[in-house]
Design a protein around this ligand. Structure first.
Ligand SMILES: Cc1ncc(COP(=O)(O)O)c(C=O)c1O
Length: 359
């Protein structure tokens, strides 16, 4: 293994070293066959076995009930912002806008019908999860983004709705969710699951009845599911990395154990913020809904922010810069980030405060 640092990137993000090593080995010589897993047909027996195992493991990890399909597709969640309403929006759909991605999802859906933005926290720089809204009675679905990657909020309690759609890109398999409460869960893989270029969707099968005939097969969720995500060549190596991640997740004790670790990790950093709230200014006011995946805060000045990032880098902590339009610091602490990485960051915060805070 080469050098590894604590990588707080928001995505593509750190992956477990074991997952990378196992994937790298399979890339060169898959099970001693003399060829790599990226060098076989997506319709080969080798890849059939990968698909069967990846779905079985996802089903077991997330306790996905019968009546749902797992679909892997190419591209990012942004493509699905379009594909989903194309398939499932008839008339109108409800969106709660908690951040930039939720807003983009709502914008994209406008091409397919009426979008009701039930509530938005944009007016307060997405510092909270909006409350006091009610879903429309006749909307096709209610769409939420469960974790706000950029501004650092999450829905600690998820809303209830008979047709709940969720973008879980930045907390897929990072917390326990009751899949039966959702009609559709989707996300890009590049934060918690694997590399960019692969999306995973969990679709309740009764939704298929709604798909208009005009949706081409390549984008039709039912066809994608029936063809086992292989209507054309899927991102095979990306899917293989997901399989290694799912094996790793199981070894960690499953999603409940990972969630407990994620709580512990986030608490280390939030405690450091809360010990010095004048120096480390959390950007989220709605503290029960602070993200466990993307922890955002500001320092008193741009100079101090730069210095904080530079000194962290020297200590082996990278990619702490906030989103380009937001600034400040963002520490992304996805499943692969070890507790020690968060402890190291909390220590850096305390030391930096001691050296640079008001005496
Ligand atoms: C919550 C969320 N949704 C959607 C996206 C868009 O993903 P992509 O760039 O893969 O389209 C992101 C990207 O960071 C995200 O964090």
């Amino acid at each position: 293994m080469g050098k590894r640092v604590y990588n707080f990137s928001a995505g593509p993000a750190m992956l477990p070293t074991e997952v990378l090593e196992a994937s790298a080995a399979a890339l060169v010589d898959y099970k001693g066959k003399g060829y790599g897993i990226a060098e076989v047909s997506h319709r080969s027996k080798d890849f059939d076995a990968v698909m069967d195992e990846v779905k079985a493991r996802a089903k077991a990890l997330m306790s996905i009930p019968d009546g749902y399909d797992i679909v892997f597709s190419q591209g990012g969640a942004s493509q699905l912002f379009l594909t989903i309403p194309w398939n499932f929006l008839q008339g109108s759909a409800d969106y709660v806008v908690t951040g930039e991605w939720a807003k983009k999802a709502a914008e994209a859906a406008k091409a397919y019908g009426t979008v009701n933005v039930l509530a938005s926290s944009e007016g307060t720089a997405f510092d909270r999860i909006p409350t006091g809204w009610t879903p429309a009675a006749n909307a096709s679905y209610l769409h939420v983004c469960t974790n706000n990657t950029i501004y650092g909020t999450r829905w600690s309690t998820l809303p209830e709705h008979p047709c709940l759609f969720a973008d879980m890109s930045s907390e897929f398999m990072a917390r326990v969710v009751d899949v039966s409460k959702f009609a559709l869960i989707y996300g890009g893989a590049q934060k918690n699951l694997g590399p960019s270029g692969v999306c995973m969707s969990i679709v309740r099968k009764d939704l298929y009845a709604r798909i208009p005939k005009s949706v081409p097969k390549l984008f039709n969720y039912q066809v994608l599911a029936e063809q086992d995500s292989r209507i054309n060549t899927p991102p095979t190596f990306g899917i293989y990395i997901l399989l290694e991640t799912f094996r790793w997740l199981e070894k960690q004790g499953g999603i409940a154990a990972i969630e407990a670790r994620n709580e512990e990790k986030a608490a280390l950093i939030y405690d450091a913020i809360d010990r010095a709230p004048d120096f480390y200014q959390g950007t989220v006011t709605d503290t029960p809904n602070r993200s466990r995946m993307n922890i955002t805060f500001r320092l008193p000045s741009e100079e101090l922010t730069e210095k904080f990032i530079k000194e962290a880098d020297k200590k082996g902590m990278v990619s702490l810069k906030g989103y380009r339009t937001v600034g400040g610091i963002r520490a992304s602490t996805y499943n692969a980030m070890p507790v020690e990485g968060c402890a190291a960051l909390a220590r850096h915060m305390d030391e930096f405060l001691a050296a640079n805070g008001k005496k």
